[in-house]
Design a protein around this ligand. Structure first.
Ligand SMILES: NC(=O)c1ccc[n+]([C@@H]2O[C@H](COP(=O)([O-])OP(=O)(O)OC[C@H]3O[C@@H](n4cnc5c(N)ncnc54)[C@H](O)[C@@H]3O)[C@@H](O)[C@H]2O)c1
Length: 255
């Protein structure tokens, strides 16, 4: 896809990976819409940038439908959708007393990370389907969902998070197959440990322990590295139904 002047939606674009991605796409000449809950962070981060904010809860059916309708009113079309909105709760299946934890925390992670991504993707695909095809590849659009290496190597306390990200990995191929005849591609990126507020909020000791599992380069990933991969996926039409790990070859140990 030639991205210049086309329209991109970035969910979770007020912070972290979504923020870095939106900035790279703006620099590449795209028009950018953000779906996020945090308007204050958006106002802070996009002071001199021409992006449009829509207050949308990705886990809510009508909130996403209303947001997509507002995006259509503003931009008329959509070519690239990058789902970065997400949460990373950590809870063992049993609490310290040995009791089963309440179900609500598990359900919330699935609702935001997995159902939220599908919720946005379904509405994004419907809007992309209205695009005229581009000349080179008869392409109409691309959806990128954000998984995690936790889809493969979940840590203690990550049942909900890993399940939500495993779902992202698993739905990549069927979603790409569903949309192939419309010229819409679907990919996912599975980041390792990236230097965003989600990770930087952890105690330094925990960050250091995580970095010790990275093979090379031995550091947190830069959010811009995620953003550049997303842009490359947009520009390279032959990458489809693919989940790419972006992780410095990290493989998480059992404990
Ligand atoms: N940071 C990492 O190391 C890492 C690693 C692997 C995967 N990921 C995934 O990448 C994605 C982005 O993570 P990040 O590190 O940039 O996090 P972040 O906390 O910096 O940003 C997440 C953004 O999502 C928004 N958000 C949360 N719930 C929402 C909802 N219901 N509706 C709309 N917006 C909502 C938040 O307001 C925030 O702006 C997440 O899906 C996360 O699981 C992150």
């Amino acid at each position: 896809m030639e991205v210049k002047a086309k329209v991109a939606l970035v969910t979770g674009g007020a912070s972290g990976l979504g923020l870095a991605t939106a900035k790279v796409l703006l620099n590449a000449g795209m028009q950018v819409a953000i779906f996020d809950l945090n308007q204050e962070a958006f106002d802070q981060e996009y002071k001199n940038q021409d992006a449009a904010f829509f207050k949308v809860d990705v886990s809510d059916e009508s909130s996403v439908e209303d947001g997509m309708a507002a995006l259509k009113d503003r931009f008329a079309s959509l070519h690239l959708c990058i789902n970065c909105a997400g949460i990373a709760p950590a809870k063992r299946i049993l609490d310290r007393a040995g009791d089963a934890i309440p179900l609500a925390g598990f359900a919330k992670a699935i609702n935001v990370n997995l159902i939220g991504s599908f919720n946005v993707a379904r509405c994004a695909a419907a809007l992309m389907a209205l695009n005229a095809v581009d000349e080179l590849d008869a392409e109409r659009g691309l959806i990128i969902n954000t998984a995690s290496v936790a889809a493969y190597d979940g840590q203690i306390g990550q049942c909900a998070y890993s399940a939500s990200k495993g779902g992202i990995v698993s739905m990549t191929l069927p979603m790409a197959r569903d949309l192939a005849n419309l010229g819409i591609r679907v990919n996912a990126i599975a980041p390792g440990i990236m230097g965003t507020p989600m990770l930087l909020a952890m105690p330094e000791k925990v960050q250091d322990a995580l970095v010790s599992n990275v093979q090379f380069p031995k550091r947190l990933g830069y959010p811009e590295e995620f953003a550049r991969l997303a842009l490359h996926m947009a520009e390279n039409a032959y990458i489809n139904a693919e989940v790419i790990r972006l992780d410095g070859a990290i493989r998480m140990p059992a404990a």
